[in-house]
Design a binder for this molecule. Sequence first.
Ligand code: HEC
Length: 208
Amino acid sequence: MIDRLVSSATTREGGVTMKSFIAGLIVGIILVPVAFYFYMRSGLAPVATDAPPMPMEKFFAKTALHAKLKESMPRTVPVPADDTTFLAGAQVYTHNCARCHGRIGAPEWPGAKGMFPHPPQLLESGHMVTDDPPGVTFWKAQNGIRLSGMPAFRGTLSTTQLWQVSLMLANADKLPDAVRQVLTVPPPAPPKPAKRGAKGAPASRTKN
Ligand code: HEC
């Protein structure tokens, strides 16, 4: 396209074609944002969570995030990656992250299912962030991810708590049982006896 424009500019009379080439360029520069504005106003742009992504949406979101992470994620980890840290991280996770990112043995929260982008179920294999350096998870949890529903915990969790949960998630595929237990939703309790003091209730309850 550009080649053709340039070659036609050289074949015809230099001055005039160059002028029209520049005029075309200026119109193009104006037309693109105008077209974009009308696209946004037209109701065709996706806004519902189940709509397909906007053209180039993923590219812009991921490119900007990766560039930011490269520039500002912490590279040294000031907290040891041991069982005490994982246990504390599991508590932080249960109270702050589990609603969206899920727990072991529990169905996904319906609210999380309806989010766009979808929150990865960080304790499920295939969704884990065990391949990411803990500094990446730390940065995301501290700062959040704009336009995604991933909140920033900068003001609500301490730096230590953020490292604890990040290290726990970085090792989510090899956590000791005691930690997994904290992250697991217990199976429902067996049904209670129908009536207090009814036949079959514990002896201590029926006396007195
Ligand atoms: C309100 C829902 C919500 C809560 C609560 C939440 N997140 Fe998220 N999180 C999201 C969403 C949505 C994404 C997906 C963002 C994206 O794809 O751009 C996400 C993405 C992430 C990612 C990136 C995963 C990947 O595959 O790269 C990490 C790590 C993460 N969250 C950690 C946490 C931690 C740690 C907590 C708790 C301290 C937490 N999140 C709490 C919604 C939530």
